[in-house]
Design a protein around this ligand. Structure first.
Ligand SMILES: NC(=O)c1ccc[n+]([C@@H]2O[C@H](COP(=O)([O-])OP(=O)(O)OC[C@H]3O[C@@H](n4cnc5c(N)ncnc54)[C@H](OP(=O)(O)O)[C@@H]3O)[C@@H](O)[C@H]2O)c1
Length: 246
């Protein structure tokens, strides 16, 4: 339509994953144009059915794939993760480090205006939010995520790092408890809630350049400390709103 603004293009990296699929649902009713990624051509039709406007087949271990994926995108939502593997314990080459850093590097070069990273409670200063046995079991991926978080904070990009507790496939609770740093919140959260706060982050002034831990109120496993209030702009995640990045 003449005179109407071009919708921002956003990238959902890891759209074929469980959080990625929830992100596609949240972004579908918006005016944002959604580019989704998967490593498998077999997932392309499904991603289009779930609302992706375009699908890019990309392996983020390849920096050239990251460059192609972010081209002409304003916002990157990163929901990449390593499938079940011994590498969660041993570390080494993990998409949580190498893939995310390739994507951050590509985002800087492409002048992306906002990067939202799904990390995890247990990473960096949120270590106390995860039990010691759980931390030992995934120590390789926790270290990889710590390195990716650091790269994003140092990138100069505007960002929000969302560290969810244990992920569930329950329906969205709509009641997200947010903590920040150190011993804050712990427990579980539906991926659908995580997707909502991720999607809203670039439009939420309070969320800019912050690293927060999130669980749902029902999922809290202990009394929260270091709680913060963030007024998520999730009412903007409907059609007809101008998407004003912060
Ligand atoms: N499970 C938990 O309780 C928990 C708790 C806190 C945080 N987290 C973190 O939350 C994030 C999302 O978890 P999830 O379970 O929702 O996701 P998931 O279902 O494991 O999906 C992972 C996504 O990453 C993609 N991927 C993996 N390796 C890739 C590569 N080399 N190049 C490109 N794409 C690649 C997969 O795409 P393909 O289609 O190509 O396979 C898939 O879309 C992860 O980082 C996870 O560690 C998990």
């Amino acid at each position: 339509m003449a005179g109407s603004p071009t919708p921002d293009r956003v990238l959902v990296a890891g759209a074929s994953g469980a959080t990625g699929e929830e992100l596609l649902s949240v972004l579908r009713p918006t005016d944002l144009s959604v580019r989704a990624t998967t490593r498998s051509y077999a997932n392309v039709d499904t991603l289009e059915r779930h609302g992706a406007d375009e699908v890019v087949v990309a392996d983020f271990f390849e920096s050239s794939d990251a460059v192609a994926a972010v081209e002409n995108c304003d916002i990157v939502y990163c929901a990449l993760g390593t499938p079940p593997s011994l590498r969660h314990v041993t570390g080494g080459k993990l998409v949580d480090r190498t893939g995310v850093i390739n994507l951050v590097t590509a985002a800087i070069a492409a002048d992306v205006s906002y990067f939202v990273l799904e990390s995890a409670i247990g990473v960096g200063n949120s270590k106390a939010g995860l039990s010691l046995p759980a931390r030992l079991l995934i120590r390789g991926s926790l270290r990889a995520k710590r390195d990716a978080e650091t790269a994003l904070r140092r990138s100069g990009l505007r960002y929000t790092i969302i560290r969810p507790g244990s992920l569930t496939n329950e329906p969205p609770s709509g009641e997200v408890v947010v903590g920040e740093g150190g011993d804050s919140v712990s427990g579980s959260i539906p991926r659908a809630d995580v997707a909502r706060v991720m999607a809203a982050s670039p439009f939420t002034p309070d969320a800019r350049n912050r690293t927060v831990e999130v669980v749902s109120r029902d999922g809290l496993s202990s009394a929260p400390t270091n709680r913060v209030n963030i007024d998520w702009a999730d009412d903007l995640l409907t059609s007809g709103h101008e998407h004003r990045r912060v």
